[in-house]
Design a protein around this ligand. Structure first.
Ligand SMILES: [Mg+2]
Length: 181
């Protein structure tokens, strides 16, 4: 069993930093900038993020559960987990995320796989943990397993206060039912 872990909204609090940068609430940013999949973007949005440079990405805050989550996954599959994160179209995003990993979990920086199309890695024996329903749906459709991570925005928002309590039993059962490799 291989585990792929999403980064934004799972390990790092992208939305709070973006909200602070724009001095707007999540709801205001949704109204102004969300596309049909709920991701914020567009020319005006991108210009502000780009101007904030590498530092914006490097300084995203970890969530209260981030390090516990890393420990859990590393314990379950010490040599078979990776961080699958969309580098996006912002020029600083890919390297900025790498700097975030170097700052917070340097032992695992090398696990980064910058990829928008996470379903390309889907196959039996691989599970994606991600907060976005679309990524999970695509991953399962291509033959992988998926665990939706609770976020402030998805259908599991009621579990957001303690997302590990939600995903831990699901992940442990999945790992138990699959081979060790
Ligand atoms: Mg995400």
């Amino acid at each position: 069993m291989r585990i792929l872990l999403d980064m934004d909204e799972v390990l790092c609090d992208y939305r709070t930093s973006a909200s602070a940068l724009f001095s707007k609430t999540f709801e205001e940013l949704d109204t102004l900038f969300a596309n049909e999949h709920g991701w914020w973007g567009g020319e005006e949005y991108d210009a502000v993020i780009n101007k904030a440079g590498l530092e914006f990405w490097e300084n995203l805050e970890p969530f209260p559960w981030t390090f516990e989550l890393i420990d859990l996954i590393h314990t379950l599959r010490p040599e078979n987990w990776y961080i699958a994160t969309n580098p996006g179209k912002h020029p600083h995003g890919g390297y900025g995320k790498r700097l975030w990993l170097r700052k917070h979990i340097p032992d695992h920086e090398h696990r980064i796989v910058p990829v928008k199309y996470k379903f390309l890695m889907a196959k039996p024996g691989v599970v994606l943990i991600d907060d976005h329903e679309l990524n999970i749906q695509e991953f399962i459709a291509e033959g992988g397993s998926g665990i939706l991570f609770p976020s402030r925005k998805n259908v599991l928002k009621s579990k957001f206060a303690d997302p590990i309590a939600h995903i831990k039993p699901i992940l442990e059962n999945l790992c138990k039912s699959q081979s060790k490799t």
